[in-house]
Write a protein that binds this ligand. Structure first.
Ligand code: MN
Length: 142
């Protein structure tokens, strides 16, 4: 058993660079422990990850704002505060903010991430243009 005192341990926020588009900050919550890493990640509007996989999966819990999760081959899905997403081992995906909102999520990552190419503006635009109407989204598994 270990207790991690979060921000109290004085670790600085880290601005994420080469595998993200736009301005993204991450706060370490739990350093990699028994193959699990937890970060709080802040995406400014329009910011997102590159395409990637997690070799043993990832949980995202959205704690603020709204954005998108997209698994390769499927339409991007909107996510917002309170949503929880499970990404299975090896599922190629990206996640990030809406063009008009920041997104904050807790990321519980299991195993290693394999980072791939940038999400193109065209692919990101699919998320922006594919936003379902509010009523169309009601009861759609939220
Ligand atoms: Mn991920």
């Amino acid at each position: 058993m270990k207790v991690f005192h979060g921000r109290m341990d004085g670790k600085p926020s880290e601005q994420r660079g080469p595998t993200f588009t736009g301005v993204v900050w991450a706060d370490p919550v739990m350093p990699t422990t028994d193959n699990v890493t937890i970060n709080t990640v802040f995406f400014s509007p329009g910011a997102r990850t590159f395409w990637h996989t997690h070799d043993a999966g990832q949980v995202l819990q959205v704690t603020g704002g709204s954005g998108w999760i997209c698994v390769d081959g499927s339409e991007p899905q909107p996510i917002r505060q309170g949503d929880v997403v499970w990404i299975g081992p090896g599922e190629r995906h990206w996640h990030g903010a809406d063009a008009s909102s920041y997104l904050v999520h807790l990321a519980i990552s299991i195993g290693k991430a394999d980072w791939q190419e940038e999400v193109s503006e065209a692919d990101y635009a699919r998320a922006r243009s594919g936003r379902p109407a509010v009523d169309a989204n009601a009861g759609a598994g939220r």
